[in-house]
Design a binder for this molecule. Structure first.
Ligand code: UD1
Length: 370
């Protein structure tokens, strides 16, 4: 089909963790797919993960001097009003120079000042909210933007009903077809097709309880002849690397961060994961039998809600964070040995995938521009 789209100039703002950054990347990729000459600029927060992860995937990013307001009284909070003023001023300058046709906010600190400045100038704007519980930045800005694209039902309690569109979370395109990449994936990680593989991911920052639980049962995986791709985050990386020395011949692979998540999912027979919104959306698309360990340290316990939406459909297994040290390794070993249960879970989780989310969101954005 001929490409009939004109080139657009789009700013995508937000970040902080992978759960905000990668939906932003998926939206950018979709804009480029339908209109390759479009120009996309990311706006993030200085010092946060997006400042390295976004250039890695080929997009330009500028950083604002902004952070969150801490709930405790801290010295950092004193500079907060100054940061807000300075980043709103910087946002106005970015908008004046880049002249966007539209702006997207994906949540996280930087989307606040940027969307505030864009909407003050009447530039078409859209929010993408990943979770079943809305973040404060998105709640405050929803009144000012044209559309709010969400991934869960019943979001009227946070956002004006007439602006809501239920699209699902946008997922990077290379995660859409992981079933075809198994051979490449095993080669990439230096693993064999003779053994079953368990992927352990703790969200974009790693998860302490999951790491501690896996570390305590590492010998059981190795003795049971199972391979492990284990993403630890930065804090636990060196400890896990030391443990890996004992087993590396047995197929234990440790990473602080995995850049090729498509290959990690492709290699996996079973996944152990936190229940961040994007991880869940990706597991649905990859249709992987999964054990979810929701983080207890997030607003309104939203990861448990994310997980329960699947568990209630028998589309994933839940292990609570408080039970993980005792239950996680036995649950993973049981699932990896039970192919029938893997098939049941895979069939159910597949039904919950939303492969068109990115294109539906970009369609909404283009309608706002017109
Ligand atoms: C502790 C915390 O605040 N967690 C929140 C954060 O999670 P977090 O940033 O962990 O986000 P998600 O689990 O939603 O998504 C993680 C993203 O990072 C990618 N990834 C992860 C690990 C890795 O090694 N490589 C990699 O590329 C995943 O493929 C995925 O795209 O944002 C989510 C979406 O707003 C929320 O639901 C989570 O509750």
């Amino acid at each position: 089909m001929p490409n009939t789209h004109k080139p657009y100039r789009i700013i995508i703002s937000g970040g902080g963790t992978g759960g905000h950054i990668y939906p932003a990347v998926a939206i950018a990729n979709q804009i480029k797919a339908i209109s390759p000459a479009s120009e996309i600029l990311f706006v993030g927060a200085k010092g946060r993960m997006e400042m390295t992860r976004v250039p890695e995937v080929g997009y330009k990013i500028v950083g604002l001097w902004i952070s969150g307001l801490q709930r405790r009284l801290t010295l950092d909070n004193l500079s907060f009003p100054l940061k807000v003023l300075s980043s709103v001023r910087a946002s106005h300058k970015i908008i004046k120079e880049f002249k966007p046709d539209a702006v997207v906010g994906v949540g996280g600190y930087a989307s606040g000042p940027l969307l505030y400045a864009a909407t003050a100038k009447g530039i078409p704007s859209l929010i993408q909210e990943q979770n079943s519980y809305a973040g404060i930045t998105n709640k405050l800005l929803a009144k000012r933007v044209g559309k709010v694209c969400v991934a869960y039902e019943n979001m009227e309690k946070f956002f004006p009903a007439e602006k809501l569109v239920l699209t699902g979370n946008p997922v990077r395109q290379d995660l859409l077809d992981v079933s075809e990449k198994r051979r490449e994936a095993l080669l990439h990680f230096g693993l064999t097709s003779e053994k079953k593989t368990i992927l352990v991911i703790g969200g974009s920052l790693g998860a302490r309880t999951i790491n501690k639980s896996i570390a305590s049962g590492l010998n059981k995986f190795a003795e049971g002849e199972y391979q492990l791709i284990w993403q630890t985050g930065k804090a636990f990386y060196s400890e896990a690397k030391e443990l890996e020395q004992n087993y590396s011949d047995n197929g234990i692979r440790v990473f602080d961060f995995i850049k090729r998540m498509d290959l990690a999912y492709a290699a996996a027979d079973v996944v152990v994961s936190r229940a961040g919104a994007l991880s869940i959306s990706e597991l649905c698309l990859a249709a992987k039998p999964s054990i979810l360990v929701p983080s207890p340290n997030v607003a309104e316990d939203h990861q448990t809600k994310n997980a329960m939406a699947l568990v209630q459909q028998h589309a994933a297994i839940l292990v609570r964070d408080a039970d993980a040290l005792q239950e996680l390794v036995p649950a993973a070993l049981q699932l990896v040995q039970d192919e029938q249960e893997q098939q049941r879970l895979a069939a159910n989780i597949r039904k919950m995938a939303r492969p068109n989310a990115a294109s539906e969101i970009v369609n909404e954005l283009l309608k706002l521009i017109k």
